[in-house]
Ligand binder design. Structure first.
Ligand code: ZN
Length: 259
């Protein structure tokens, strides 16, 4: 199925995903979880950018861009190799770092940022936010923001671990100057699969405007990445950071404030 014919099915998928959330074991009452819709998800802003005052450009108008995102670093074992692959192919990406890791590896954090990649906030210690009070969630964001600030980095994105958040998360992130962003393609690179399977899974799910969830802490990801990049580029896709993705993919829906 192409992106062009995907639209009407999206509504059914969304309804099915909502039903799954309602009954999925492990999803708690009040949790707004994206984990139930692993795989390709739709472009509805309320899924991808929950709570943001934007609409997404209609699929038929979307430029062939892809935002690669790498969560859970900085990872001392894999990120240097990831950076080398991205540099070789001149591909920018967005890294959602865990504050505790960034604190431990500030030089690696700086190297990622200096290479032109965008840095997002992925909490301090990868906690499941719905177990936390509002002040605790705010602290997860703020501690990480302070570590980033030491390297001159300001994150404009927050990604909740496991895609799991509750009604407190979005307002807290926005109060800290960040939008919550999830993904449309889950590479499922955390599964123990050969890199060829991972490459195939990602390439088969690419659509214009895709936001791809991958991870810094899996060697398979590094191995699969060159194939993913070259096949996507051969298909006419261009890679962008989430900041550029947002400028191409979204339109503000807030009414301009009167001066
Ligand atoms: Zn994560």
């Amino acid at each position: 199925m192409t992106a062009r014919t995907h639209g009407h099915r999206v509504i059914r998928l969304a309804a099915a995903a909502a039903a799954v959330v309602a009954v999925l074991p492990g999803v708690r009452a009040g949790e707004m979880s994206y984990a139930a819709s692993h795989g390709r998800a739709d472009y509805r802003a309320e899924h991808l950018l929950p709570g943001a005052a934007v609409t997404l450009v209609p699929p038929e108008s979307v430029e062939p861009v892809i935002a690669l995102t790498f969560d859970d670093g900085p990872d001392i074992h894999n990120d240097p190799a990831l950076l080398a692959v991205l540099a070789e192919h001149k591909v920018p990406a967005t890294f959602f770092v865990i504050g505790r890791n960034a604190h431990r590896y500030p030089a690696l954090l700086k190297a990622i940022s200096d290479a032109g990649h965008e840095i997002g906030n992925h909490t301090w210690d990868h906690t499941r936010l719905i177990t936390q009070t509002a002040p605790e969630q705010a602290q997860e964001m703020a501690r990480t923001a302070r570590v980033l600030a030491r390297e001159g980095i300001t994150a404009q994105w927050f990604r909740p671990p496991y895609g799991s958040y509750d009604e407190k998360t979005g307002p807290l992130a926005r109060a800290a100057g960040m939008d919550v962003v999830l993904w449309t393609v889950d590479s499922q690179d955390y599964r123990d699969r050969p890199p060829e399977v991972l490459e195939e899974r990602v390439v088969n799910q690419l659509t214009p405007g895709a936001v791809v969830l991958m991870h810094s802490n899996h060697a398979n990801t590094v191995t699969a990445l060159p194939g993913i990049i070259t096949r996507a580029q051969a298909a006419g896709y261009r890679f962008v950071t989430l900041a550029e993705w947002k400028s191409l993919m979204t339109r503000q829906t807030t009414v301009a404030q009167k001066p």
